[in-house]
Structures are given as structure tokens and as C-alpha cells.
Design a protein around this ligand. Structure first.
Ligand code: PBG
Length: 330
């Protein structure tokens, strides 16, 4: 028996009210995390040319941005630091008076209800732009672990709620967990960039942070974009080492990885809608080629539908405003 004409899926699509009722995925501002780039100074708000609408902010300006985000119910931010000076080991990364640490202290004092996540990595801080220390021309995994732990501890001392290692060194989640526990920070959570691919989609971020590697590339530590089984293995290892939540990054070319992660693990799954994904949308919108609002809400809905519990996105402020106005049209 042919299902048609008995079954007509269009019956449930006839009006906005019906469509609202049967919508399966609902986007909420509760699911958004806004990335912020912070640097030293006062009153500094430098727009990043490849990321229109995204700025390098001094701590006071970061506070103002966070007040706006909080007003539209974005629960969390993730901070990336732009150092005053770079060196071989990335030592400003664990300097208690660096931009990230200063901003964390200010935010936790002024907006205690805002969740502050910090990115833990060395690439913004190293003169060579790699995510670890170099020995014999290579990124030395085990020598990098204590430095990442020092960064995480410094962030925790400043008051960070969650630390998010993005370096892709083996064993860094365990090393950070141990260091935090030993220093009395057992309650600080770890959001691991667990399945992070060596992606061309990070291009604009590297301009923002001036963190492109000065030699070679990151393929010796970030994952091959082609590998899904390996992504599951990376997630499993980070959870075993003590990660509280795990991330898939980038998001759009990796929706299958998000979906499989969701089905394979109970832990919260984050997705990072990265800088190149944002830049493409902004460029097309600036040319009048797409409807930015609908595209952004459709992209974020798609990432959540794939299985992400929350999304790190440069669209957070706009998306939260649009969600407040009713979100993706039904
Ligand atoms: C490394 C880091 C990167 C991003 C987040 N953390 C860059 C990289 O791995 O090269 C990229 C984020 C984005 O593109 O939006 N600290």
C-alpha cells in the first residue's frame, strides 16, 4: 500500500503555529559561548579585519562586551590572550598579570554570574607560533605539558571557572587535572578541545592572534580532517584523563563527528563554529549575497541538531539578540 495520499507530511507544515509546535531543535541563547580576544591597555577596541564585528579588547572593553552578552542571556565567554611579548616558551601564558588573567579577575568581580572559560594554549604566546615548546625542530609533547599546566593554574588563580586546552598535546588533560587538583582547584572544570582538526578554517583567528606558525604547520599534533574514528579515540582519551566536557572543532565540515560523538559519549559535547566559518558568512552577507540572520540561525540550529550541547561562536551576540526576537522563522 502506498503511503500517499494517506500520509501527507505537508499537513504539519501548513502554518507558523503548527511548525512551531513540531519543531524538533530549539536554539537558545543558553547554548552559546562567545569567544573574546583580550589584550593589555584601557579603552582598546581594535577590529580584526578578517573578522568584522570581532575586536581585540582591553579588559575594560571586554567587561563592556560581557555586559552586552549577559543582557541577552549568553551564559559564557571564552578568552584568548594577545600577549605584549612573545618568546620561545610562551611564558606570558602563565603570567598572573597578563591580559587573560587580568580580564578574568575583572569579569568575575563585576559579573560573577557569567561563566568564564579560558583557552589554554601556547601558540598565541610563542615567538614561533606553535602550540608547544620546540626541541630539535619539533614540538616536544612531554616538555609542553608542564607549561600548559602552569597556564591553567594561572587562569584558575585568576578565577576562571573552566579551562579549555586547545593545544592537542597527548596527555595534557591529565597533566592539567593533576596540577589543578594539587593546588586546590578540584572544582575547576576542563573543557577539552578533544577532536580538533588541522584546519584551514582557523585562518582569520591566526590573524587575530598573530599566531600562525613561523615554520611548518600543525599537522603533527592537530588531527587529519579525514579521520572520524580517530576523533572518537581522542574524545575517549580526554574523558579518561578527566575532561568534564569535550569539543569538536571546527563545526560545519564536521557535523558527522559531532553526531557520532553525541551517540558515543554521555559527556557534554561542544562544537566550535570557528573563525573561517564566521568570516565566510560575514563576507557573503557584506556583499548582499545571503540573509545573514537566517543563515546564522540555520547554521547554529544545524550544529545543535547534529548533537552539540553548546556552541562557541563569534555570532553569539547577534544570534542571542535574534533568538530573543523569535529566532529562526517557523
Ligand atoms: C589555539 C587555537 C586556535 C583556535 C582556537 N584555539 C588556532 C589554531 O589552532 O591554530 C582557532 C579558533 C578559530 O579559528 O576560531 N590556541
Amino acid at each position: 500500500m502506498s503511503p500517499f495520499p494517506t500520509h501527507r507530511p505537508r499537513r504539519l507544515r501548513r502554518s507558523p503555529a503548527l511548525r512551531r509546535l513540531v519543531r524538533e531543535t530549539r536554539l537558545s541563547s543558553d547554548q552559546l559561548v562567545a569567544p573574546l580576544f583580550v589584550r593589555h591597555g584601557r579603552g582598546v577596541r581594535e577590529e580584526i579585519s578578517s573578522l568584522p564585528g570581532v575586536f581585540r579588547l582591553s579588559p575594560d572593553e571586554a567587561l563592556a562586551a560581557c555586559q552586552e552578552l549577559s543582557a541577552v542571556r549568553v551564559p559564557a565567554v571564552i578568552l584568548f590572550g594577545i600577549p605584549e611579548r612573545k618568546d620561545e616558551t610562551g611564558s606570558e601564558g602563565w603570567d598572573d598579570s597578563a591580559a587573560v588573567q587580568t580580564t578574568v579577575r575583572l569579569l568575575k568581580k563585576e559579573i560573577p554570574g557569567l561563566l568564564v572559560v579560558t583557552d589554554v594554549c601556547l601558540d598565541e604566546y610563542t615567538s614561533h607560533g606553535h602550540c608547544g615548546v620546540i626541541r630539535d625542530g619539533e614540538v616536544d609533547n612531554d616538555a609542553t605539558l608542564p607549561l600548559l599546566a602552569r597556564c591553567a593554574l594561572s587562569h584558575a588563580r585568576a578565577g576562571a571557572d573552566v579551562v579549555a586546552p586547545s593545544d592537542m598535546m597527548d596527555g595534557r588533560v591529565g597533566a592539567i587535572r593533576e596540577a589543578l587538583d594539587e593546588d586546590g582547584f578540584a572544582d575547576i572544570a576542563i573543557l577539552a578541545y578533544a577532536a580538533k582538526s588541522a584546519s584551514a578554517f582557523y585562518g582569520p583567528f591566526r590573524e587575530a592572534a598573530d599566531s600562525a606558525p613561523k615554520f611548518g604547520d600543525r599537522r603533527g599534533y592537530q588531527m587529519d580532517p579525514a579521520n572520524r574514528r580517530e576523533a572518537m579515540r581522542e574524545i575517549a582519551l580526554d574523558l579518561e584523563e578527566g575532561a568534564d566536557a569535550v569539543m569538536v572543532k571546527p563545526a560545519l565540515a564536521y557535523l558527522d563527528v559531532i553526531r557520532e560523538a553525541r551517540e558515543s559519549f554521555d559527556a557534554p559535547i561542544a562544537a566550535y563554529n570557528v573563525s573561517g566559518e564566521y568570516a565566510m558568512v560575514k563576507a557573503a552577507a557584506a556583499n548582499g549575497w545571503i540573509d545573514e540572520k537566517r543563515i546564522v540561525l540555520e547554521i547554529l540550529t544545524g550544529i545543535v541538531r547534529a548533537g552539540a550541547d553548546f556552541v562557541l561562536t563569534y555570532h553569539a551576540l547577534d544570534a542571542a539578540r535574534w533568538i530573543g526576537e523569535g529566532g529562526l522563522p517557523a
